[in-house]
Design a protein around this ligand. Sequence first.
Ligand code: ARG
Length: 475
Amino acid sequence: MSAFLWSADEDLPDIVKNFTYSIDEDKELFYYDILGGIAHTLTLYRGGIITQDEAKAIIDGLYKLKEKKDIDFYKYEDVHTAVEIELTNLIGEPAKKLHTARSRNDQVALDERLYIRDKLREYLTLLREIIKAFVDLASISLDIVLPGFTHLQPAQPVLISHHLLAYVEMMKRDFSCFYSMYQRLNKCPLGSGALAGLDFPYDRFFISEILRFDGPTNNSMDTVSDRDYLLEYVFNMLITSIHMSKFGEEIVIWNNPLFGFVKISPGYTTGSSMMPQKRNPDIAELIRGSVGEYLGYLDTLVVMAKGLPLTYNRDLQIDKRVIFRASYSFIILLKVFKGLLENIEFDREKIRENLKDEFLLATDLADFLVNRGIPFRSAHHIVRNVVFYCQEQNRSFSQLSKDEWKRFHEEFLNLSEDFFSFENSVARRDTYGGTSKNQVEYQILLNRKWLEESQAQIEKIASISIEELFSSINL
Ligand code: ARG
């Protein structure tokens, strides 16, 4: 039997077969191709296009094929060919009707959408778990104040919980990007044919419903050429990986003994082959390094998609090289990131030791003057002079005498004893979304609510298994 659906393959040189076959990648769609085949057969039967006996033979055959372990995929051009020819080998004549009212163009669009839909569920679940891990860590770390940076220079004190919740915001956006692409993705392509629609009584709303799509796609030409959902899919991975890479970098910095803010448990560090004393934050580094991979995938997809005339063009097959690899590494990235998060511990003592620099409170001093009627620009200038003075003398704010303060501004005499406490500085930043404990606790509360609501969103993502589809069949 030929390895092609369209003619004998003898004419193609091996190098051309290698170049054109997609089976190496798209065998990953085997399960979804069978799932789509069962739903398609049901729709053919419903339209009176095939008989009940034929439908039953095809569906039973596809069900058996799903369990077949010894398929030699590599002799086929692609997964659709493999399924149809293997089915023919199993059940004979009725299999030849499976491709009625279907083209590989709408078939591959269906398979990819079913595949991505399942992946979205996995990603959303893992993203939610990561967000929960961040929120949990933030809730037990409310007592830790650390220097916040701009330009990686000590800037102002912040709660470490506030810092962690910044990542919660990033990853909630990632969650919502993946969730919103689901709404555009969840439309059923089948019934579009090769490009123009069908001249069969094929109920596209019926097949959409049994495969749990929100409805059929609206334009058969767009349907067989659209890969926007793959661009979104990989772009969302890219942004998520950027967020994770930022955290990876912070862990690398915080784990450096000169900082010593965070300890990573041995399972999430590795040793050096030469220097016996070392434990390296390789896992955080690999997370930091992951972004380029997704950028590369996105690059491939963008170049593939640009300038293609309607409708299907074989260039579109190149997407297979990207999406399975991208999906494979992204799921590992999410799992490892979650693992790292669950395997770090803040070193409260070290963080406290690092929090000695009273210049972190220079803005507080300027704000103190502003609250007593001095214009901010003048206050900034005055405090800058205090900082220069202290730096010259190698002293800190709280070491200055009343007399010295008075030389800079009378109002400084009203500074309270505990003004230079980092905790008080944090508590003063009490605007909505600020770092005060009050505000951070409120955000933790909101995030706990988000965690409940997002669980319901994940449950809304449709999925269907062959078993469910099969058991709902009443031929
Ligand atoms: N392997 C092909 C792809 O991934 C399936 C569709 C083939 N369609 C065609 N008209 N040759 O794009």
